[in-house]
Design a protein around this ligand. Structure first.
Ligand SMILES: Nc1ncnc2c1ncn2[C@@H]1O[C@H](COP(=O)(O)OP(=O)(O)OP(=O)(O)O)[C@@H](O)[C@H]1O
Length: 298
């Protein structure tokens, strides 16, 4: 039995634009996500973290074109464009975008349960209440009757996590799940994700621009830059022995204040660095890989 939940080779995403040449955004990334681990994906805004995750989930915008050579989920191959749902769920920075403001919390949760199989509304509500309890929502019965705007940002994110888990995923993709929250609530949500990952033996991909968060949460890290993975390794390898220039720059840019300020942008040098970014991943250890050009030991 393999220890890898998700294997993707050479994933690309391009956008077709009216009257403009097609633009490739993700330039052929390879991903291995182990079972039962939290993997961090870091990179500055615009590096392609969200788009590659949406590619995995098959929820890209209509003008996007997704390709890959191989896509194996828990040993099962998947063809490009296949519509059936993966046992995977994604949560986003802003839960409001995923919640219908005109529908109650109960409506959202019951819908997810009933998508899994034919059950009565009563049974689905009981499952929803149990899940809300699991994610630390007090008075779950009352919450079912409330609307998204009646809850705080932290509560809404807990609701999103409950919705995600009701879909019985093996993989949870959390895309900047705490960026919009204040620091105390941020810590609570991260601790909840860590707890649930262990409890449910999930694989988690945690997408963030914040190296501080990955340090405390993740066993391994992938660094994205301009649509490519430029370095990957265990958290220790990336923190204590970074090899790619970009990883080093990101580490230098870790904010020192305790308020989760954003990493500063590394400037608009994407096109100058295109040459740097082209290259081959080389193995430094069994777990540490770096894109050859741009590595300081070249
Ligand atoms: N619908 C779209 N059409 C065309 N280009 C897009 C579209 N959506 C995203 N892009 C482009 O894809 C690139 C990667 O975006 P993506 O959202 O994946 O970045 P990110 O690393 O997740 O950053 P952020 O942290 O800001 O979300 C960006 O340059 C963006 O302009």
């Amino acid at each position: 039995m393999t220890n890898t939940l998700l294997t993707i080779d050479n994933l690309t995403v391009s956008f077709e634009k009216k009257d403009e040449p097609t633009q490739e955004i993700i330039h052929g990334i390879d991903l291995r996500i182990p079972k039962g681990e939290i993997v961090g994906i870091v990179g500055e805004s615009g590096s392609g973290k969200s788009i590659s995750m949406k590619g995995i989930m098959n929820i890209l915008p209509e003008n996007a074109v997704l390709t890959y050579d191989e896509f194996l989920f828990d040993g099962v191959p998947r063809q490009v464009g296949k519509q059936d749902r993966l046992p995977a769920a994604m949560i986003f920075q802003d839960p409001m975008t995923a919640l219908n403001p005109l529908r109650t919390i109960g409506y959202h949760l019951v819908e997810v349960v009933q998508r899994q199989g034919k059950v009565s509304k009563k049974v689905a509500e009981a499952a929803a209440i149990a899940e809300l309890d699991k994610v630390g929502i007090l008075l779950p019965e009352k919450r079912l009757t409330q609307y998204p705007h009646e809850l705080s940002g932290g509560m809404r994110q807990r609701i999103m996590i409950a919705m995600a888990l009701l879909a019985k995923p093996k993989l949870l993709i959390a895309d900047e799940p705490t960026t919009a929250l204040d620091v105390t609530i941020q810590a609570q949500i991260l601790s909840l994700i860590r707890h649930l990952q262990k409890e449910e033996d999930l694989s988690v991909i945690l997408v963030t621009h914040d190296f501080g968060i990955v340090a405390g949460m993740c066993q391994s890290i992938k660094v994205m830059y301009d649509g490519e993975i430029v370095e990957e390794g265990t958290t220790d390898e990336i923190f204590y022995n970074p090899q790619h220039t970009y990883t080093k720059e990101l580490l230098k840019a870790i904010p020192t204040g305790d308020k989760g300020e954003r990493l500063y942008s590394l400037g608009n040098h994407h096109s100058d660095q295109k040459e740097v970014a082209k290259g081959q991943m080389v193995n430094l250890t069994a777990t540490h890989r770096v894109l050859r050009k741009g590595a300081t030991n070249d």
